[in-house]
Design a protein around this ligand. Sequence first.
Ligand code: M6R
Length: 366
Amino acid sequence: EKGGYPHFMLKEIYEQPSAILDTFRGRLLSNEAIIKMAGVEDNMKKFLAADRIIIVACGTSWHAGLVAEYIFEDLARIPVEVEYASEFRYRNPVITEKDIVIAISQSGETADTLAAIKLAKSKGAFVFGVCNVVGSSIARESNAGAYTHAGPEIGVASTKAFTTQITLLTLMALRLARAKGTMSSSEFRHHLIELETIPGKVEEALSSDAYVKTVAEIYKDSKNCLYLGRGFNFPVALEGALKLKEISYIHAEGYPAAEMKHGPIALIDEQMPIIVIATKKGHYEKVVSNIQEIKSRKGKIIGIVTKGDVSVKELADHVIEVPETIECLTPLLTTIPLQLLSYHIAVMLDKNVDQPRNLAKSVTVE
Ligand code: M6R
């Protein structure tokens, strides 16, 4: 059942190239330069009339929502707010019929997310569900939706659900961008072609596994760990930290790199590993200067860089390369080494990778 892998988590990490392909199969038609998504198409009027999109989710799905915020705003120019379902539902939030609520949930059974969409529906908002489990409660409760088609995710730590959620939300953003005219047809086509190359590039990112394992060996006994990223990769830093906490029980924090100097920089000493996502596109120079600040405080730097990088390599203690792609798609690649790093650390520490203590695969109580 684990397909020869020692854990479901590793199997699911390695399934990402095909899972992502399954997410865009039949939806991304690059020859015809179109995206076909029935749930979006059938409700296009509502999407085009929406004042804003509110994304509700928990945990890793909330991180996917944060990535989507950057992508929707950048490509489709629609204002997006991303909310923890548990906060949103108890806040007496301002919701109207002109809002679209997107609920993201792998299981489709998360109690807070389900309650948040019931609340949104009662205020007249249109609810679009992004779920993995077909026929799940959130999928049924939504007015429309689209499945990620990632296949069953058994490991408690979410991996392929995250990357397929981002893939699906990118397809939606591209479809809406085209409908709204916020993207030229050549830009649109370029994005489709790039998105199609992602499964192959994820495969390539997975080939760093053996090297990531050597890095894991060095840092496995750390007590704390910082993850930094900017722009599209800020949520990836949050996700990297969650993954490490959840399965290895090492305390980890994710931060937008520029926020470091507003507090967390005080934590940095020679004991502190800092994983910095520093891909070529997207504030690269600024991230390099953040890395210099870490270096002068003797922090240990693990850079996630674009293949062929030079500047970060000179400063960092270790670099893990990912293939180059357009900026908004980089999260699909930078996530991979972070998943592998936490996986290897947890295995080395002899933790129960697939079923970490105190956690359940779907949180059906609030
Ligand atoms: O099934 P959902 O996507 O609604 O689950 C949300 C969170 O409970 C989930 O992502 C959780 O944070 C994962 N264990 C993270 O790896």
